[in-house]
Design a protein around this ligand. Sequence first.
Ligand code: ARG
Length: 299
Amino acid sequence: MKKYFALLLAGVMALSLAACGGSSSAPAAPAETQKEEAAAEAPAEEKAEAEAPAAEAPAAEEAAAEIKTVEAGKLHMATNAAFPPYEMISDNGGFEGIDVEIATLIAQKLGLELVVDDMEFGSVITSVQGGKSDIAMAGLTVTEERKQNVDFTESYATGVQVIIVPEGSDIATVDDLANDKMIGVQDGTTGYIYCSSPVEDGGYGEDHVTSYPNGAMAIEALKGGKVDAVVIDNEPAKAFVQANAGLKILDTEYIIENYAIGISKDNNGLRDAVNNALKELIADGSVQQIVDKYINAEN
Ligand code: ARG
């Protein structure tokens, strides 16, 4: 049954499989300790510059003069803010997390103000497609299927699907999930897609999967014994396990995925501007700095 997850890779998911038995990573800094300002409403400091005919303006700012957004002067980010440490609601009720901070810097570079549109994960792509939000940024895995609906920027992070079980569970490997277990996942995620696929395609079948509106609710179901395991991305998994006693992450086979920003296929100007801004932020180390702030450096 080891082939379960591996087989899926050959399907629609354009993913790469890490070496088997990869070691589990160091625990993440607990999301609750991140008290930094959400900075979701960053000032549009660079707006004046972006509009000035500055010949030496960086590429991203030049592009900003021409980009169209859903609301003038704003960059609307569709997300599901229940996915620590990428996006979550801070103690003061604002938004924080890796994606929120990167998006804030991208918006600044474009002379725009970031607005976070919090919604169910399953709606982030349709919100962009339907012209309600400008970017989908939600620890969003690049998949072939999603590429039919939105364009993706460069990848800025890597995600790994992992399995959370209660301590003392008889589930020790990916194979054990097949033993008539019930798996909890988040609606519309790659974890859902893998697990709910038919057995012949490497999944466990719809009947063995219960999907929840977000990861936290899947974890509650696990604690309440309604499901036997939760399949979710590794960093939120670490945050959830840290916040909930009696759960553990299996050190088992991994699927590695790439996170990127989804943008409308009808807005090449915005796509290129956001992608260029992101590339600059990767090149100058800003993205790494943000990641380090939320995730333990020893990973
Ligand atoms: N990486 C997974 C996916 O793209 C899960 C992302 C869930 N993100 C969230 N903000 N709830 O399907």
